[in-house]
Design a protein. Structure first.
Length: 180
């Protein structure tokens, strides 16, 4: 439900495609995600493609987490169960907190479209140093589902009863505990 009493707050989102085969020419999932981000009124602050390599993915995540201009990182690809699918492992190396409900909700929504095949998805969400992190599967359909059915509303300050944007100022409050 949208709250008309709140202004829209655009945020900066980095998009990382994880793939051994995709390039800037054929990155349909990354393109679909970037288009949706911009149509929602947000800014694609950075975009890259990394191979299915834990260290490379982790390095990209750490670089963007450290950048104060990036509020959210969304990856597409590498969330399956094959030997080369290592995006969730890279996320585990950098996350401070998991957002358990993101993966659960993604799989629940995906089940309606692809049935039990959704159990092969290891979509994951979390927070690191005040930056939201979300890993979506690499198919264009999964990117559309993850953005259209979950992230577009949770990354909109007008969404009620609550949303992730309104929590952003509090993500690092543990670093500055209130004086007692």
């Amino acid at each position: 439900m949208a709250r008309s009493d709140r202004p829209f707050i655009p945020i900066n989102i980095a998009v990382l495609t994880v793939s051994d085969t995709r390039t800037a020419v054929n990155d349909t999932s990354g393109d679909a995600l970037a288009d949706r981000i911009e149509k929602a009124g947000h800014r694609v602050a950075a975009r890259a493609i990394e191979k299915d390599d834990t260290a490379a993915i982790e390095a990209a995540l750490r670089r963007w987490i450290a950048d104060p201009e990036i509020d959210v990182v969304i990856t597409t690809g590498g969330t399956g169960i094959t030997g080369r699918d290592v995006t969730p492992e890279a996320f585990e190396h950098v996350m401070e907190k998991r957002i358990e409900g993101f993966g659960e909700l993604f799989r629940m929504l995906s089940y309606r479209k692809i049935g039990t095949s959704t159990m092969q998805s290891r979509a994951i969400g979390g927070v690191a140093a005040g930056t939201y992190l979300f890993a979506l599967p690499g198919s264009t359909g999964a990117v559309k589902d993850g953005w259209d059915d979950i992230l577009v509303s949770q990354l909109d300050n007008r969404h009620g009863p609550c949303n992730l944007v309104e929590l952003m100022p509090r993500l690092q409050e543990h670093l500055n505990p209130a004086a007692e």
